[in-house]
Design a protein around this ligand. Structure first.
Ligand code: 5GP
Ligand code: ZN
Length: 114
């Protein structure tokens, strides 16, 4: 099985520009940012996608969302607004099969996204 790039990053075996970490979550700046601030928040536990979560994961998902709002505030994104995105499946643009939340901000964000 090929190694999961986000498990490698969360484990510190692939370098990244870290934005936050605790025992359950890791956040780092995207290598190919789509906005002046583009951070990826990942649960350390390997779950492929949003579609793999069950009702038992509701607390984890809630913590992930609150972590994103906290980080957005700390990174100075709150006043101008920011966007949280989860791409679920290849057809939606998911390229890394380890659940992650994109936090984007620092520029005007149009709707709908492409
Ligand atoms: P997805 O397309 O799966 O929703 O998002 C995956 C994101 O991970 C992409 O925005 C991509 O730029 C980012 N990414 C992929 N590999 C790496 C890496 O090795 N380091 C960092 N920092 N970001 C990565
Ligand atoms: Zn993983």
């Amino acid at each position: 099985m090929p190694k999961c790039v986000f498990c490698e990053i969360a484990g510190g075996r692939i370098p990244s520009r870290r934005a936050y970490e605790d025992e359950d979550f890791f956040a780092f700046h995207d290598i190919n940012p789509q906005a002046p601030t583009h951070v990826l928040l990942v649960p350390r536990r390997h779950v492929e996608s949003l579609a793999d979560l069950t009702a038992d994961d509701a607390p984890m998902l809630g913590r992930l969302a609150i972590l994103a709002t906290t980080l957005a505030r700390e990174l100075g994104l709150e006043a101008a607004g920011y966007r949280l995105v989860v791409n679920c499946g290849e057809g939606a643009g998911q390229t890394v099969p380890h659940l992650h939340l994109h936090l984007l901000g620092g520029r005007a964000l149009r709707w709908p996204p492409g």
